[in-house]
Design a protein. Structure first.
Length: 221
């Protein structure tokens, strides 16, 4: 009798845990969808990661995790962890993400083929124009890789360049002052926005004896 009661209690607890687990995942999906719809990919990714940690084969979470990482410009290695699930999926968004991975791997022909398959299914996040744009990007990349143009690109140096994004460089007419914006660590705010980037600041550097000096922050958003 005691054995039977123990078994029944064990089964009941298992069922309750399963129900609670499903409710927990459902809540995570709701939160993730809210941030994703708001294009807050940084916070959305956090929730999708928790869903994947709970169930590594969760199809939608794997697809949208990859999409978030693509939007946040994550490195290729972090995208490849989802490749198996993307290949197993028949959803158009999975095809798009897979095509973007192929592009990053410089497998341009494969990327184009997958993007063309993606166009057949209209139910997806990225518009036809967006998919066709990436097909064009792959074709141009393939052309330039086949017939490379010799160019020399020099890094200005650690006083100016960093591992973070830098935009809109402007040099004064006397070529003694350089202005640009950058989203880098150490700015006025020094905090990341909802997309995972530091807030943008305006920087200036002055040239002395032919070399650009240390940066100064002029203003911030």
């Amino acid at each position: 009798m005691r054995k039977l009661i123990f078994i029944l209690a064990l089964v009941t607890n298992s069922l309750l845990s399963f129900a609670q687990s499903k409710d927990f995942v459902k809540l995570l999906k709701k939160e993730a969808a809210f941030y994703f719809k708001s294009e807050d990919y940084y916070n959305a990714l956090g929730f999708y990661r928790r869903i994947v940690a709970h169930d590594a084969k969760e199809e939608e979470a794997n697809i949208l995790s990859t999409y978030c990482k693509l939007k946040l410009q994550y490195h290729l290695d972090s995208l490849l962890v989802h490749e198996k699930e993307l290949k197993a999926s028949k959803k158009s968004d999975a095809l798009y993400c897979l095509a973007m991975i192929k592009h990053k791997q410089k497998m341009f022909d494969e990327s184009i083929i997958v993007l063309q398959q993606c166009l057949k299914n209209k139910k997806r996040i990225v518009s036809d124009d967006g998919v066709n744009f990436m097909i064009g990007v792959n074709r141009n990349a393939k052309k330039y890789m086949t017939n490379p143009h010799r160019s020399i690109v020099r890094n200005i140096g650690k006083n100016i360049n960093s591992a973070y994004p830098e935009y809109v460089p402007i040099v004064t007419s006397d070529e003694h002052a350089l202005y640009f914006t950058s989203r880098r660590e150490g700015g006025v705010n020094n905090k990341k926005d909802q997309f995972g980037y530091y807030h943008e600041d305006i920087y200036v550097s002055h040239k002395t004896n032919g070399a650009w000096g240390l940066l100064k922050i002029l203003a911030s958003r």
